[in-house]
Design a protein around this ligand. Structure first.
Ligand code: AMP
Ligand code: GLY
Length: 421
């Protein structure tokens, strides 16, 4: 089989790493990919603004299956386009992707189906939003409606911070039309968990649980990022809590979408806050998480192609999905300055040494080649060092020992992933 993966980060590297172990996959392409991905897949340039260029590519290369990493092509309707052309692709249609693509859609959907989430109001008038913030006071959470590359959420601790966030989104249009509307919601305090499932629109197959660490610095301090580290399993999710998440969040979501004529196929990711033992949805994503995927897929035993094909053909109930016991952990090595501005093109050393370590995987997030063909930094998040272990402590030790071997100027990372749960 020939498979195309769309995307360029650590998540896509992990998907491709898993695909490369499939007994039926003999060729993998990635558009556009990165330096690490190019070791196991053929990286290609496709004009990504033009979704039909992907259709042309899969027709020309006789690609059997396409897997979409990031949300943007899904929100723009890449799946609808592929299905119209009779091509297999993993991910929801444009209508299904609204669950991530519009926070307003997601909140109103949750209200319709009584899915637990923070109390909120939607505003398209700056003046009314300002009045609401004054009325409610801080802490309060301000969210741009549309996609904002993971940067559209502001947790305001003070009234002034809330006003600043509102101005950035609605007046200065930091995220363009994504900020035409805002969701303003109550601040929830609790423990965050990432809960991902495979679904073919009928059957739901949970993945192993995980936890992301969104803040830049140890002890959850500093600004929000795309994710600085993950581990799996997330011990907070007991079997009882998992049952509750499935019954109050995941099943009503898939069924609610179906009731509205949307057969949601692909990956559903619920970002949850556990407050007093109860799950509340912070956000839905219509794709794999990054860096959750880097800890989830190394624990998957089943051939991932069996899962993808059964999603595409709506026979997921027939697949026996198996996971490895033990644990996995991933720490992101980021560029100096991330999540703000950072330099690119900085040489990375030590990658060859880490390759020899048992149970350790390096998933590249933002890397490229210099003129001499050496691997250099090419993004804010650069590498995700991942290990499998008997338990979280074992996985953590393996990851931090491997990090000792890797260096690039300005490298920053959290030291506390897996230390406290
Ligand atoms: P989102 O993209 O909506 O998940 O928001 C990004 C991050 O902001 C989440 O992972 C949480 O850490 C935080 N967050 C979002 N909504 C809330 C909320 N209502 N209360 C507290 N923290 C939140
Ligand atoms: N790790 C957070 C995300 O993928 O959205």
């Amino acid at each position: 089989m020939k498979v195309l993966v769309i995307g360029s980060g650590g998540r896509e590297h992990a998907i491709i790493w898993k695909l490369s172990q499939s007994r039926v996959v003999d060729r993998i392409y990635c558009a556009p990919g990165n330096a690490g991905i190019s070791e196991i897949a053929e990286c290609i340039e496709v004009e990504s603004k033009n979704l039909s260029a992907f259709v042309d590519f899969v027709k020309y290369e006789w690609i059997d299956l396409t897997v979409v990493g990031p949300e943007e092509p899904l929100a723009k309707g890449i799946v609808d386009l592929f299905l119209k052309e009779g091509r297999k692709i993993i991910g929801p249609t444009k209508a299904g992707a609204q669950i991530e693509g519009s926070k307003v859609f997601a909140k109103e959907f949750m209200k319709r189906y009584k899915i637990p989430t923070a109390k909120y109001q939607v505003f398209n008038s700056y003046k009314h939003a300002e009045e609401y913030i004054r009325l409610k006071g801080a802490p309060i959470v301000i969210k741009a409606d549309g996609l904002a590359a993971g940067k559209g959420v502001f947790i305001a601790k003070t009234h002034d911070e809330a006003m600043d966030a509102l101005k950035l989104i609605m007046k200065e249009k930091l995220f363009g039309p994504a900020g035409d509307r805002v969701v303003i919601e109550e601040y929830l305090q609790g423990q965050e968990v990432s809960y991902l499932v495979f679904t073919d629109g009928k059957t739901i197959v949970p993945m192993v649980t995980s936890k992301d660490h969104k803040r830049l610095l140890d002890n959850d301090e500093g600004p929000n990022t795309g994710g600085m580290g993950t581990f799996s399993p997330n011990p907070i999710i007991t079997p009882e809590l998992e049952k509750e998440i499935l019954e109050t969040v995941i099943q009503p979501t898939i069924m609610g979408l179906r009731a509205e004529g949307i057969i949601y196929k692909g990956i559903l990711y619920a970002g949850l806050m556990i407050v007093n033992g109860k799950p509340y949805v912070l956000e839905f994503n219509c794709r794999f998480g990054d860096p959750e995927t880097q800890v989830i897929l190394p624990r998957l035993e089943t051939d991932i192609i069996d899962i993808f094909m059964s999603i595409s053909e709506q026979r997921l109930s027939k697949v026996n999905v198996k996971w490895k016991d033990g644990a996995s952990l991933c720490v992101i090595l980021a560029s100096h300055g991330y999540p703000g501005t950072y330099k690119k093109g900085i040489p990375i050393s030590g990658l060859e040494m880490v390759k020899r370590l048992k149970d350790v995987m390096v998933f590249h997030s933002g890397t490229g080649f210099d003129e001499e063909g050496k691997i250099v930094t090419d993004g804010g998040r650069v590498l995700g060092i991942t290990a499998l272990g008997e338990d979280l402590k074992d996985a953590r030790n393996k990851v931090y020992n491997a990090i000792e071997l890797i260096h690039f100027d300005g490298m920053q990372y959290r030291k506390d992933i897996g230390l406290t749960i």
